[in-house]
Write a protein that binds this ligand. Structure first.
Ligand SMILES: [Fe+2]
Length: 213
């Protein structure tokens, strides 16, 4: 049966309303993250900027850039479910504590599933701690089994983590962090994306990349 104009408008209105509600809920989630874990919130927005800097060299279309942007923004949202005392612990984590930290990608997917119905975004959140040599978590995926967005976020995430101060160590400077990323090409990171990231940072120049922080 062909819907009448009124039915069509009602449907569009509901679809628009649902979209609007989901957007507001996502913004609310970011506010919650900001309140509970301000450093994770700041880290996420820097990871988003570094991910997009890398992505500029990959020729992604606008839709893919939007997906990557959302995935990077929410990649650590699951940390809301990990006790802050563990996230901010200055000493080495015990095995049990580390096990709890390692659950955050899957917590993230559970939190986001009612709000985001795009599998590409959810998969990126789930797999952002996988390593190309297969020793990452949660599933020990290897190489191109790891989705592109997650391989991008992994580099941006580590670069930001290394150049940020942590309760248990000083921040590395940018050349040291880039050396470390170069060393992990082929083990932790996709080597082609490492090249692209180094190129993007060089092109963007040191000053501006630091200003992205
Ligand atoms: Fe993470």
């Amino acid at each position: 049966m062909i819907p009448s104009g009124l039915q069509r408008r009602r449907h569009q209105y509901r679809a628009h309303g649902a979209h609007h509600t989901r957007r507001s809920a996502l913004q609310g989630l970011l506010r919650a993250l900001e309140a509970i874990e301000p450093e994770t919130m700041n880290h996420s927005s820097r990871v988003r900027r570094f991910s997009l800097l890398l992505a500029e060299t990959l020729g992604l279309d606008d839709r893919q850039l939007r997906q990557l942007s959302v995935a990077a923004n929410f990649h650590d949202i699951g940390k809301i479910q990990v006790p802050s005392t563990i996230l901010n612990k200055p000493e080495k984590l015990t095995d049990d504590e580390f096990r709890l930290v390692k659950e955050h990608p899957e917590h993230g997917v559970r939190i986001l599933t009612p709000l985001i119905d795009d599998p590409a975004i959810l998969n990126a959140v789930r797999t952002h701690h996988e390593r190309v040599d297969g020793t990452g978590y949660p599933n020990g995926l290897k190489g191109y089994q790891i989705p592109l967005f997650a391989r991008v976020i992994a580099i941006a995430d580590s670069f930001d983590a290394m150049t940020s101060w942590r309760p248990y160590r000083e921040a590395m400077n940018q050349p040291e962090a880039l050396d470390e990323i170069r060393r992990e090409a082929g083990t932790q990171f996709d080597p082609l994306l490492v090249e692209a990231f180094l190129e993007a940072v060089a092109r963007n120049n040191a000053q501006e990349t630091l200003a992205l922080r």
